[in-house]
Design a protein around this ligand. Structure first.
Ligand code: GUN
Ligand code: ZN
Length: 461
């Protein structure tokens, strides 16, 4: 792969403004760094044509004030940032940080709970755990634990469901803000079919979501997602109230679940007898739109697929969750071929891992079971640029290019003896990277950088 000509903008005023945007505080920082290694740059979607042509490898990336300012040859990046500190990563891969498009941070402590399918799993494990988030101290403890665990996996942005407690949202956003991390989150709303203590009302869901989004949406790197958990736990009145809130704040995202298990789809049919299908329970209440994120979306009717594509909504594929809870096989290739917008996600803790490497591997395996071998470039793009685009953040994160926020992960593509011996035979980057996709874990994550600063391993001193 050849090195592209350097693209940089080094004008000091532009850098200062970029940093002011990033922190919201207007401070200009002096920390300029050049990272050298194998810098993975996507230039387009690997689903649009030849996957290999959608990416190239550069020698260096220059960052200043939390942003990428220069990408290209060592020499070109050095001349763009003559005073920057140099960090040489040799053969290691420098990638955009991973973007996890659907998680439940409150489920961190009950991940890998045995033996249930969706509705029983929610009632047995999930709801009792989520009840604990009425305590702000517990919410803060788990938010910090979750962000530490995911930084160790190379994930730099995630879109999280919180619990019905506003305190759980505040805890998540405060923990992210302290780390300078770009995150999306929202209060899960439920006014029925959930235990006492985990129910709000149509009105309180609206009012609490509104107060949270007014306090947080667009503050620094935080965005708010209006979050009806899923149709079985929201009355039509609650869905209507949240649809009205979204109409009043159309720049917010809206996240929910859709057609995850066949039992759930049947239950939705009983609960909403006049709805044409599951998607219609959202659509009829103003909860279908381009900024909508629909987790799982496995068992869709043709009308639902048509409508999702027409409005440009995002389907979020959660492969480890879909196998772990026994939901079904999402047909990624078919959905891509029909032109759907797509994100990739762990769905922690229905998903069985915090790792986007493991998630890519599961997506690959499900692809094989549904008849298409996804190319490593497609998997990696989904875990970075694709998920960023699904979250409507593709102009800020998910790719390494001048002007993008400096969220990066440095990977060791020979992190275990088993991976190293296979990678040693590789003839190109994708063959070198695929053993890490399939067999890698947190040992492959050498460093994680957020907004131009290393967060993992935590800097000492
Ligand atoms: N559907 C409604 N809530 C949830 C959840 O927490 N996890 C998963 N996987 N599906 C859901
Ligand atoms: Zn979920």
């Amino acid at each position: 792969m050849k090195t592209m000509a350097v693209r940089s903008f080094t004008h000091a005023g532009r850098r200062a403004r970029l940093h002011a945007d990033l922190t919201g505080k207007g401070t200009v920082m002096g920390d300029e760094t050049i990272l050298t290694g194998k810098v993975l740059c996507f230039t387009g979607s690997p689903f649009a044509g030849d996957p290999v042509g959608a990416a190239r490898v550069e020698e260096a990336v220059g960052i200043a004030g939390g942003r990428i300012v220069s990408v290209g040859s060592r020499q070109a990046v050095r001349s763009a940032l003559p005073r920057a500190v140099l960090r040489d990563y040799g053969d290691r891969l420098i990638s955009p940080g991973f973007v996890d498009a659907h998680v439940h941070y409150p489920q961190t402590a009950m991940i890998a709970s045995w033996g249930k399918r969706l509705i029983d799993w929610l009632n047995t494990y999930t709801f009792p755990e989520e009840m604990r988030f009425a305590d702000p101290a517990y919410a803060s403890e788990i938010a910090a634990r979750y962000l530490d665990l995911t930084a160790a996996q190379g994930t730099t942005t995630m879109c999280s469901f919180c619990t019905i407690h506003p305190e759980s949202v505040t805890a998540f956003f405060e923990a992210a803000e302290a780390r300078g991390q770009r995150v999306v989150g929202g209060k899960s709303c439920m006014d029925r079919n959930a235990p006492e203590g985990l129910r709000d009302t149509a009105q309180s869901a609206h009012d609490e979501s509104k107060a949270l989004l007014e306090a947080w949406h667009g503050r620094g790197r935080i965005s708010y997602a209006i979050t009806p958990r899923f149709s079985p736990t929201s009355s039509p009145a609650q869905l209507e109230a949240l649809g009205a809130l979204w109409a009043a704040h159309p720049d917010c995202l809206m996240q929910t679940h859709l057609s995850e298990q066949t039992d759930e789809v049947a239950w939705v049919r009983d609960l909403f007898p006049s709805a044409r299908d599951y998607l219609d329970t959202y659509e009829a209440h103003g909860l279908l739109g381009a900024r909508g994120l629909y987790g799982h979306a496995i068992h869709l009717e043709p009308r639902e697929r048509d409508r999702l594509r027409e409005v440009g909504a995002a389907l979020i594929h959660c492969p480890t969750s879909n196998t772990f809870i026994g939901s079904g096989l999402f047909d990624m290739a078919a959905r891509m071929a029909e032109g759907q917008r797509m994100g990739l996600a762990t769905d922690t803790g229905g998903g069985s891992s915090f790792s986007m490497l493991r998630t890519m591997a599961a997506a690959y395996e499900i692809g094989q079971l549904t008849g298409t071998a996804l190319h490593p470039a497609q998997l990696w793009w989904l875990a970075t640029a694709g998920s960023a685009a699904a979250l409507h953040l593709g102009d800020r994160i998910g790719t390494i290019a001048p002007g993008m926020e400096a969220d990066l992960v440095v990977l060791d593509l020979a992190s275990t003896p088993a991976i190293a011996q296979r990678a040693a035979r590789a003839e190109d980057l994708w063959e070198a990277l695929f053993p890490t996709v399939m067999m890698g874990d947190d040992r492959a994550i050498a460093e994680t950088w957020i907004a131009g600063r290393r967060v993992h391993p935590a800097p000492t001193g």
